[in-house]
Design a protein around this ligand. Sequence first.
Ligand SMILES: [Zn+2]
Ligand SMILES: [Zn+2]
Length: 360
Amino acid sequence: MKKQKRFYLAFVTILIFILSGCTTNTDTADSCATMKVHYIDTGESDSILIESDHHYMLIDAGDVDDVDTVVNYLNTQKVKKLDYLILTHPHADHIGAASEVVNTFTVGKIIMPSKANTTKVFETLLDTIASNNLKITKPVVGNSYTLGNATFTLLAPNSTTYGSNLNNHSISLRLVNGNNSFLFIGDCEAEAISDILENKQALDSDVLLCGHHGSKTSTTAELLDAVTPTYAVISVGNNSYGHPSDSTLSLLKKNKITTYRTDESGTIIATSTGSKITFTAKASDLSETASTSATKASTTTKTDTNDDSSNESNVVYITDTGSKYHKHGCRHLDSSNTKTTIEKAKKAGYEPCKTCKPAS
Ligand SMILES: [Zn+2]
Ligand SMILES: [Zn+2]
């Protein structure tokens, strides 16, 4: 009888071990708390899938031409439900495929800043959210949420009065898995970055996703001093803005930060065990990249401070309230103009202005 009991106990122990996926009860931190962060290659836009203990979160949903890329990627990862869909700010390169994501997958909580946009892609998104009986949760700085074994805390936006630059309204968050941490800052630029630095939330992170596709207005020296990342990821594709900026690459090099780029590596997956982080991609050669970018910057783009490349023939301007895109200097452009390209403006539902008649 005793022998049978012992056998039974051993059997149950093995069964628990198999079902839980843990090697022993004591090393759960290493064997059970693996989190994966997928920086999906969507070109010049953002979309990051995070998985912890079969719970999923998507931060941003690429551009409007990334619907298939984003939805197919989530399907290959066997995502059925997103616990969270975080849309950092309502620019098309962050919410482009969000409607399709909401229509395709079960979504728990949608977190979006209260700053609105007047584009068709944004209005369609609001309609889609409403027709799926979902509500929008507004971000509150300091609020924390649980994703499987991980947690994340919101760091921005710290103001609703940033004005017309939608980038500054971006949600920022710090994701923590055991002793590993990841920082996301959307497209926050200098003003919003300095508010993040002042808001007294923990910032120190192992991995920084460089804001605004590597623009120098997001990855500032002060931010790197506060975050002290070991790794940086840049989500960037073909663009006329000079992203990533040469000064961003130089800063990353100067701070000896191992950098990965989606335009070089495609989708980049970071695996966090809670104690160490590994990447699927090959690190970018910053010495070579910085000099190549310097040449590129001097020949094609003067500066990316305001994404200013007005000499480019496909560059147009949109406003926060209008539905038309304009040429540089059009009288309909007020202080709230944002630079974009004709392709992006058209994809986002803008039409050519009848006054300045930009190319269509
Ligand atoms: Zn943006
Ligand atoms: Zn962006």
